[in-house]
Write a protein that binds this ligand. Structure first.
Ligand code: NAP
Length: 523
């Protein structure tokens, strides 16, 4: 008899408390938090006995997976192989719903103990864990498929989000119900998309700090932020590519937007290490899997230029091509033109500025602007300011970088100059725009303007940083009587434009703005 696959992917909370009483208490907490099942990690209990297990299983409020993980595969403590096997046999006799044993342990003992053999085809999860890297997945899956278990489980360390896609390949290839997880921050997509691909289960920690493996989201994030209960086989997938992406607000803003608009979609953080080769490896892996349902990507530091290079200037809007960077990719599903790119930062930034001042974009003509920084955000702003005829000076730490940027957009009607940050005290600008990360979380007391910078005569200061929304620079500007514009407005504007490009529908702007404000005030 083979196991009947569960109707819905189980949300499993692993429990790693050091004593049975605490573990039993945690079972209740997990159920109240929305877990479908818990994994009792007996290896975390000190000297666990069959009586401990009996107590844990008595009157349990949800199904359980019992395991006593071997030290070689991430187990805790020093339980001998015999002791671990005895506990698993006891779990079988006590009718636990599932029992997890490592493939390596099975191979070491040669044949299953009778109590486990009797339930294997219904209850046995056979697992393999690799904490170093991606093993030979097809060979591993073949061994599990040929083994006695009812459920296959493979978990391995990911080095890029393409490893998460390789884990999903396993879910699709496995004939038995399966759990396939890429561990670490790079593998998060495999954990969240488990529901889309009918995995047997996924793991989420009870609290943010209690993960039993790296990259495990908390149950609150999985259910709240990532909309676990709404993920279906048809769910479209979106994400933000960057490094780091852990603090990005994009998952919160876009998932809130999809929820508010009732869209069957989920948005994930996709950490990709710096370098075009890493970016392209993921894009290749994603395009090779049209069944993934990947429909759109936000792109942030350090991949905006890599994204433009990959999408190609023919497939982006003209201003994005002249800026040399894109922050938005739409995946079309058309093999001849699989990706379209946009730079939504440019209009988002200019509109945040002019709307705060009650101006039209054209009112920028002739105004003196100081832009701090010469990176991606500065580039989008300088291109737009030049386009609308402002007179811009770029102040950058690396003067040559500022000069190169200035030379690209300089014209007789809209001059663009460059100087070092040390020239800031002599700046004569009506508009000051910070495009450096100075003052960004967690360095919230830093200010990009020197103490002797005179804000008298400056009408408006715009800080593109959105975390925190009110930076030290903006506090100082407000004290000096300047109007202030936060990066939050720019951030919401660019996300609204992304949403509308991807979905072709008006974005729920208010819901998007509110979720960012809520997140910022929670920090
Ligand atoms: P980027 O391409 O890495 O450029 C960073 C710029 O800041 C460079 O000019 C760099 O100077 C300068 N810089 C970095 N650290 C510095 C330091 N300690 N002292 C002096 N200068 C420093 O980054 P980006 O994409 O332009 O992003 C910059 C800022 O814009 C970030 O704070 C980000 O939050 C903000 N942003 C906001 C939004 C939004 O929607 N609100 C969107 C995009 C970006 P060098 O050339 O000398 O390295």
């Amino acid at each position: 008899m083979t196991a009947t696959p569960p109707r819905r992917t189980l949300l499993i909370v692993p429990l790693t408390q050091p004593n049975p009483a605490a573990m039993r208490e945690a079972v209740g907490q997990a159920v109240r938090a929305g877990a479908d099942a818990v994994e009792l990690r007996l290896d975390y209990l000190s000297q666990p006995t069959e009586e401990d297990l009996r107590g844990l299983l008595a009157d349990r409020p949800c199904p359980v997976i019992v395991t006593a993980r071997s030290p070689a595969e991430g187990g805790h403590g020093e339980l001998s192989q015999d002791a671990r096997l005895r506990l698993l046999e006891a779990a079988a006799r006590l009718d636990a719903e599932w029992i997890d044993i490592e493939l390596a342990t099975l191979q070491a003992v040669g044949s299953l103990p009778p109590a486990l053999a009797r339930v294997a085809a219904r209850k046995l999860i056979v697992s393999a864990h690799d904490f170093v890297g991606r093993p030979d997945l097809p060979a591993l899956l073949a061994r599990l498929e040929g083994g006695p278990g009812a459920v296959n489980k493979i978990a391995f360390a990911a080095s890029g989000p393409e490893d998460a896609l390789a884990a999903i390949d396993l879910l699709r290839a496995s004939r038995k119900p399966a759990i396939a997880l890429a561990m670490g921050e790079h593998g998060l997509a495999s954990r969240i998309l488990a529901a889309k691909f009918a995995a047997f289960g996924t793991f989420a920690s009870l609290t943010a700090g209690s993960a039993s493996a790296t990259g495990q989201p908390s149950i609150a994030d999985l259910r709240g932020l990532y909309r676990w209960a709404d993920i279906t086989p048809a769910t479209k997938v979106y994400g933000v590519i960057g490094c780091p992406v852990g603090h990005s607000m994009s998952p919160a803003i876009h998932n809130a937007a999809f929820a508010a608009a009732g869209q069957d979609a989920v948005y994930l953080p996709l950490r990709i290490e710096p370098g075009a080769e890493h970016f392209n490896r993921f894009i290749d892996a994603a395009l090779a899997r049209p069944w993934l349902g990947l429909a759109g990507l936000s792109v942030t530091i350090p991949h905006k230029e890599n994204a433009l290079a990959r999408v190609g200037t023919d497939n982006v809007d003209p201003l994005a091509a002249s800026i040399g960077a894109i922050n938005t990719v739409a995946l079309t599903g058309d093999p001849d033109r699989p990706m379209l790119g946009r730079n939504t930062d440019y209009a988002a930034a200019i509109d945040a500025l002019v709307e705060a001042m009650g101006w039209a974009r054209e009112d920028l003509a002739g105004r003196r602007v100081a832009v701090l920084g010469a990176g991606g955000a500065a580039r989008a702003l300088v291109a737009a300011l030049a386009h609308y005829g402002a007179h811009t000076t770029i102040y950058n730490r690396t003067v040559l970088r500022g000069e190169t940027l200035a030379a690209e957009f300089d014209s007789p009607v809209a001059p663009v100059r460059a100087a070092g940050m040390d020239a800031l005290p002599t700046a004569r600008a009506e508009i000051v725009i910070n495009c450096t990360p100075i003052g960004m979380f967690p360095h919230v007391d830093a200010c990009p303007l020197p103490d002797d910078f005179d804000l008298a005569g400056v009408a408006v200061v715009f800080d593109t940083i959105y975390n925190p929304a009110t930076t030290e620079l903006l506090r100082r500007a407000a004290r000096a009587g300047c109007r202030t514009v936060t990066g939050l407005e720019m951030f919401v504007n660019q996300a609204v434009a992304q949403y509308e490009l991807w979905t072709g529908r008006p974005a729920p702007r208010q819901a998007m703005r509110e979720v960012v404000l809520r997140r910022l005030s929670a920090d």
